[in-house]
Every structure is written in C-alpha cells, then in structure tokens.
Ligand binder design. Structure first.
Ligand SMILES: [Zn+2]
Length: 188
C-alpha cells in the first residue's frame, strides 16, 4: 500500500505533524552530524528538528567530503561539540556563563557506539570545545526510551543547549516532539 505523504512535513498524512510546528529562528549555527543508519530511522528526531528550524544543517557522516568541508569552514574556537569524551567539560558551568557565545553548536545523532566511531575518525572535532551535559532535564521522548535511557534525544539536546546559551524558548521543540510522539502511541 502506497503511503501518501504530507507535502509540507513529508511525514505520512496519518502522522502529519504540521499542526504542532512553530518555527524558531536560530541564534547560532546548528550542525547535526548524523550517522547514515539514523537518517533512515523512523523515530529519529533530526528530521522533526529541521521542521522547527529549517536553517539547521544535517550532515550525513558517511559523506567524508562534507565533514572535511566543515572542518575547514568553522571557527573551532567558537564551536561547541556536544559529545561526552574523556576530555569533555561540563556544559552547564563555564560555557553557559561565558559572555562570548559560540557560533556553531555541533551534535552527533547516532547510537553511543556509532557516535564513538564518528568522534574517533574525525579527530578535528576534538580541536573544538568539547562538552557534555551535567544537569540535563529528564527526557520527554518515551518511544525510544530503551535506547535513549539517561540520554536526551537530539531534538531535546538542541532545545536545551539553545535555551541555556541564548534563552531560546524550548516550547516549539517540545510541542513538535509531543505531536510526533502522540502519533506513534496512537498507531503503533
Ligand atoms: Zn504535515
């Protein structure tokens, strides 16, 4: 049976999220490094995120030239990479209170194992400021809870960090997530 897609949000009509979307202007460049397996995952939140903030950049980590381009383009002194490495620092402390606000926020959209692989194979990421959350809010994203236990979804990570750094309202992000999730609970 051919599924009919909404021409605006591109989700199947039965699970259209348009009524839950209000767009947000980004105060910094948001870059999502997405593992190719996440791109095809139906419960992935990066696609939902790009409806809330169309300027967001989702980069497929299978495309090396795109990562090289990014490596040469961004100002690493003004870039935060959200990844809990051995050297990462707590985001909620010095980075949130720093009057010099970052220009690029980089997130890795992948499982823990895949994220580790991405971090290891692109060593320039560690030349950026590397941070992890120390006091994240509880995740509202219940439909992937087994996988994401104690971890925020990519959408929630973006919303939380923007709110901490620039007081960007989180409601549009959480509304989109709730609308998306409601469909899954209804139809699955
Ligand atoms: Zn729609």
């Amino acid at each position: 049976l051919k599924r009919v897609l909404c021409t605006t949000c591109n989700y199947p009509l039965a699970t259209c999220v348009c009524e839950h979307i209000s767009q947000v202007d980004l105060p910094a460049e948001i870059i999502i490094l997405q593992h190719p397996k996440e791109a095809v995952h139906a419960k992935n939140t990066a696609r939902l995120l790009s409806l809330v903030s169309p300027e967001i950049k989702v980069i497929n980590t299978g495309q090396d030239h795109l990562l090289n381009e990014l490596n040469h383009r961004i100002d690493k002194e003004a870039a935060l990479v959200f990844y809990p490495s051995n050297e990462s620092k707590g985001f909620e402390g010095e980075f949130v209170s720093d009057p010099i606000q970052p220009k690029h926020l980089i997130f890795i959209d992948a499982s823990w194992r895949q994220a580790y692989g991405i971090w290891k194979s692109h060593s320039w990421l560690s030349e950026c400021k590397n941070v992890h959350f120390t006091h994240p809010p509880a995740s509202q994203y219940l439909i992937r809870s087994a996988k994401l236990q104690h971890q925020l979804s990519t959408l929630e990570s973006v919303a939380y960090s923007l709110n901490c750094l620039y007081q960007t309202p989180v409601e549009p992000f959480y509304q989109a997530l709730a609308g998306f999730q409601k469909h899954w609970l209804t139809y699955s």
